[in-house]
Design a protein around this ligand. Structure first.
Ligand SMILES: Cc1cc2nc3c(=O)[nH]c(=O)nc-3n(C[C@H](O)[C@H](O)[C@H](O)COP(=O)(O)OP(=O)(O)OC[C@H]3O[C@@H](n4cnc5c(N)ncnc54)[C@H](O)[C@@H]3O)c2cc1C
Length: 493
């Protein structure tokens, strides 16, 4: 039977869904409330109006699982991205400096999958869009907002049958579809529309505990990026986290993540002068934003209301709704700090593509999609929720004068800082094992089940500090009191 798909939202998940589904004989309509992209990647960055994607101009990095999926399943898109200036930073280049001389490039072919894609989000989306437009059976309706779902109810089961589309100056139109995909992102309303019709979708929600501040820069003529040396481009100072996001076409951005509890810092960080003053005091960021090297090209974008969210479309083994699939942020959201959202969204879309190919039965499709999504993506969600709750606790403790962490907290900190960290900087095998989890190619705990890796980590932990001094990163920046007083946010001490 020929199937007809309505994919609502042409962001990363919607485009990923079209990539996974498109083939001769299928009809895929992508509907998006925002206008189509401008002519090229530079105008897309400067002017593409995306009210539907508030995070569009925040820093984005794209992980190995996404790069590998694109390279293996969509080689033409891979080539288009490279041509547009997106850069891949492979395993060898990302290795800690001490490990580079001994690394044998040809030995482990799996390392090819451990590559980051560095690109502005607008560039990735612009090029993905051009690729999807060229796929068979795909059709876009833009500047068109879906404002409701059409449903039927048979034998107590609700099935979605289409969407109601609103376009300026035109009467509402109904588009019927065999399958409706909710790819409308973090602010999806579809769950509310279903609830109004008696379909309850359970939701788990946990705070990310941070606010995001991003500013974009461009390297000046004749200037290069700083070397990839021992000074890390990302770090956690307790009261603030920072990350440098290299991108395409001589662009890069810096993100400062401020704990919600840091009320003065979070109010101040959106001011470009304060933002740059903070960066200047953090060596890993300041050498990028140095005005001799780069010029700022945007204001500081701020964003809050960041949560980890997981929605359940199967309850007690039974789907709550048929012929309806939520993909990407509409189903699951994670703290952006981990850079997993787009990779998860495209993987999620491809899980859907595989499941729809596997069976035509509506109930089995819903159950299988839920099962495979949980199997592949849930371990990452669980790990992030746990880490965020720990970080929120630490940010709170940071503000308590004379706070002394308990033995369990000290042990966890020591395991991260004196065992895992130094082990990743002294052993390619440990670094590879950890990076497989980072790039979402293995679950976050797979490495803990590998005896040789665990042994190496424990031996590193047991090694006295004086013998492993070279394996610690340099101090990431000033302490809280020093930073806040330098910014005039607290009285100097
Ligand atoms: C601050 C921040 C930084 C991030 N950094 C990273 C990162 O470094 N790496 C990473 O992988 N992920 C990152 N993410 C996560 C990533 O942006 C999301 O996971 C990803 O965009 C999800 O894709 P999506 O298609 O589900 O949603 P979106 O990309 O938000 O797309 C939703 C689409 O639906 C459309 N839409 C919405 N409502 C309607 C409607 N009613 N009718 C029609 N169209 C509609 C919108 O216009 C939009 O095009 C970050 C997120 C945030 C908030």
């Amino acid at each position: 039977m020929e199937e007809n798909f309505a994919v609502v939202g042409a962001g990363i998940a919607g485009l990923g869904t079209a990539m996974a589904l498109a083939r001769e004989g299928r009809h895929i309509t992508l509907i998006d409330r925002d206008p189509p992209p401008p002519a090229n990647v530079e105008t897309a960055f400067e002017t593409w109006e995306r009210k539907g994607v508030t995070q569009l101009r925040h820093s984005h990095v794209f992980l190995g699982c996404l790069v590998a999926l694109i390279r293996k399943k969509h080689p033409r898109l891979h080539a288009m991205l490279r041509e547009a200036g997106a850069r891949e930073i492979g395993f060898a280049e990302s290795l800690p400096p001490l490990l580079r001389p001994a690394y044998n490039t040809g030995k482990n072919t799996d390392d090819a999958d451990l590559a980051f894609l560095f690109s502005r989000r607008t560039t990735l989306e612009h090029i993905m869009r051009a690729y999807v437009e060229s796929l068979p059976g795909v059709h876009f309706i833009t500047s068109a907002r879906v404002r409701n779902l059409t449903i039927t109810r048979t034998n107590g089961k609700t099935a979605v049958t289409g969407v109601v589309i609103e376009q300026e100056g035109q009467p509402d139109a109904t588009l019927s579809a065999n399958i409706v995909v909710d790819a409308t992102g973090r602010n999806t309303l579809m769950v509310d529309w279903l609830r109004e019709r008696g379909v309850a979708i359970e939701e788990e929600r946990s705070p990310a505990g941070i606010l995001y501040f991003t500013r974009h820069y461009r390297l000046r003529e004749g200037q290069d990026e700083p070397p990839r040396d021992a000074i890390p481009g990302a770090g956690d100072l307790g009261y603030i986290k920072f990350g440098v996001f290299a991108a395409d076409n001589r662009h890069f951005s810096i993100t400062l993540a401020v704990p919600e509890i840091e009320s003065k810092l979070r109010t101040a960080a959106v001011d470009p002068k304060t933002f740059d003053a903070i960066c200047a005091q953090i060596p890993g960021a300041g050498r990028w934003t140095d005005l001799k090297r780069a010029e700022p090209v945007t204001k500081v974008f701020g964003m809050g209301n960041l949560h980890n969210v997981w929605r359940h479309f199967v309850k007690a083994g039974e789907p709550v709704v048929l012929n309806f699939f939520a993909v990407g942020d509409a189903c699951m959201r994670t703290n952006p700090l981990y850079g997993r959202g787009c990779s998860s969204a495209v993987m999620h879309a491809h899980i859907l593509g595989d499941v729809l190919d596997q069976t035509a039965d509506a109930r089995s499709r819903a159950i299988e999609f839920d099962k495979r999504s949980r199997l592949t993506l849930r371990p990452f969600w669980d790990a992030i929720v746990k880490q965020d709750l720990g970080a929120i606790r630490r940010a709170h403790n940071e503000q308590q004068p004379g706070y002394k962490p308990r033995w369990k907290a000290r042990l966890i900190k020591s395991f991260a800082e004196d065992a895992v960290g130094p082990a990743t900087r002294s052993s390619v095998s440990v670094y590879r094992a950890i990076m497989k989890a980072f790039h979402m190619l293995e679950t976050p705990t797979t490495w803990l089940k590998q005896p040789l890796i665990v042994l190496r980590v424990l031996l590193t932990w047991a090694t006295p500090k004086r013998f492993k001094r070279a394996l610690y990163p340099p101090n990431p920046g000033p302490g809280r009191t020093e930073m806040l007083s330098s910014l005039g946010l607290i009285q100097s001490v």
